[in-house]
Design a protein around this ligand. Structure first.
Ligand code: PLP
Length: 421
């Protein structure tokens, strides 16, 4: 009983508490490293679930948070505004794909996607031509709320909640050689003129298995949605802030979506914050003398000033520091290491997009719940390396301050891992 009584009351995310070993407490974060209660330094090779961009506790961001906390806590965001949110919004519009004009604040990636879906339905409803059908890509992930689970791939993650999920249309992932099937499927759906929005992760499908497709296809999808007045929602929650090699993944296709969702790296990983950007058309569809046409959404912590201060400092880091050079160096390091792994027959689908590197371990048991993933994870943990494979898919998505030494060690450990399990 005493052992049980000592157990933490915390219920952790994506955790089977029956089998998970005890949790090590992290007592400090610095750069690319986490320090645990035993003083071990762990290389954070997945940026603490993809949020940390420059590195943990970038001094400029930490200082901005401290300064904001001296003056602000939460401030109601209807009826009132504050300069930090205003400057973040201006700064985002300056760097976003041309045509993005309005910024709606919320507090998580899932919420930013929910907001995007509601904006899309509101756009058509307010124009007295309602549309409610949503098209998504196979293997996509857009969050864990009921609405975003509905739009994501169905599987073990959400089968329990299936009775509550709404239907969406799905187009095939553009596997190499099968691209046209995917493009044609989108066109067939859009031709019905019933599709409010095509919701898509640009260039990399993250939680669905780090599946990658080339920029020219995103441009094709954009051409089709524009042709049939379907809104395109770019879910850049994971792909933005340099992950794919450019500030936003959409840049590589030269496109502007109608609606764009940002969260994870928005504060460089320091504090929770999200935004949904949109074009003037989407915003203006909600303008009316009729109050019933306003946009009905709010989170209690909308545009939290301290989180906004972190986002503003992040924009300044992007403006003043050679972030894209760091990203290119990281991408080059991945490239060289992956070339070597391509020669190893135990790895298949070796792939890279900017700072994200992924490969599949060729094993019988695939899938998120496969034993392979668990074994790999505990091997990595024993080597002070934070990597969480998605089943048999191993990926690295380190903070941009990671050094060649950090990366080389991570790759050496991956090689060692496959020999050990
Ligand atoms: C992580 C993620 C989300 C959800 O963000 P949360 O902040 O975890 O709610 C949505 N879309 C994509 C593409 C993501 O990677």
């Amino acid at each position: 009983m005493t052992a049980l009584a000592k157990r933490s009351p915390i219920w952790h995310p994506f955790t089977q508490h029956q089998t998970e070993p005890s949790f090590k407490k992290i007592i400090r974060t610095d750069g690319a490293y986490l320090t645990d209660e035993d003083g071990q330094r762990i290389f954070d090779a997945i940026s603490s679930w993809w949020v940390t961009t420059h590195g943990h506790r970038h001094p400029r961001i930490t200082q901005a948070i401290q300064a904001a906390a001296e003056r602000f806590d939460q401030v109601i965001f209807a009826e009132y505004s504050h300069h930090l949110a205003e400057e973040v919004a201006e700064g985002l519009i300056d760097v976003a794909p041309p045509g993005m004009a309005h910024v709606f604040f919320s507090d998580s990636g899932s919420t930013s996607v929910e907001v995007a879906l509601k904006m899309a339905l509101g756009f058509f409803s307010n124009r007295r031509a309602p549309r409610s059908s949503i098209v998504v890509m196979e293997h996509s992930y857009h969050g864990d709320t009921i609405g975003t689970m509905s739009t994501g791939a169905r599987g073990v993650f959400n089968s329990t909640y299936e009775p509550l999920l709404f239907d969406v249309e799905r187009i095939p992932f553009p596997e190499p050689g099968e691209e046209q099937r995917s493009i044609d499927a989108l066109e067939v759906h859009c031709q019905t003129r019933a599709v409010a929005a095509f919701l898509v992760e640009p260039l990399v499908l993250g939680a669905g298995g780090m599946k990658m497709y080339p920029p020219r296809l995103l441009a094709e999808y954009r051409r089709i949605t524009a042709q049939y007045d379907t809104l395109m929602i770019a879910d850049e929650v994971m792909t933005a802030w340099g992950r794919t090699g450019t500030l936003f993944a959409c840049e590589q296709s030269g496109i502007t979506p109608d609606i764009m969702c940002l969260s994870k790296g928005l504060t460089a990983g320091a504090l929770p914050l999200a935004v949904t950007l949109c074009t003037p058309e989407v915003f203006e569809a909600h303008l009316s003398d009729d109050r019933a046409r306003m946009f009905f959404h709010s989170s209690s912590y909308t545009a939290n000033p301290i989180a906004c201060a972190a986002a503003l400092a992040n924009l300044e880091v992007w403006r003043d520091e050679p972030v894209l050079t760091r990203i290119q160096n990281l991408a080059d390091l991945h490239h060289d290491q992956l070339e070597a792994l391509r020669l190893n027959p135990r790895f298949v689908n070796v792939r890279q997009q900017g700072t994200i590197a992924a490969l599949d371990l060729s094993v019988q048991a695939k899938g998120y719940l496969s034993e392979t993933g668990q074994k790999l994870r505990s091997f990595f943990r024993s080597k002070k390396l934070l990597i969480r494979p998605l089943g048999n898919i191993i990926y690295l998505m380190p903070p941009y301050c990671a050094t060649a030494e950090d990366l080389n060690l991570a790759y050496a450990t991956i090689n060692e891992a496959v020999d050990n399990i």
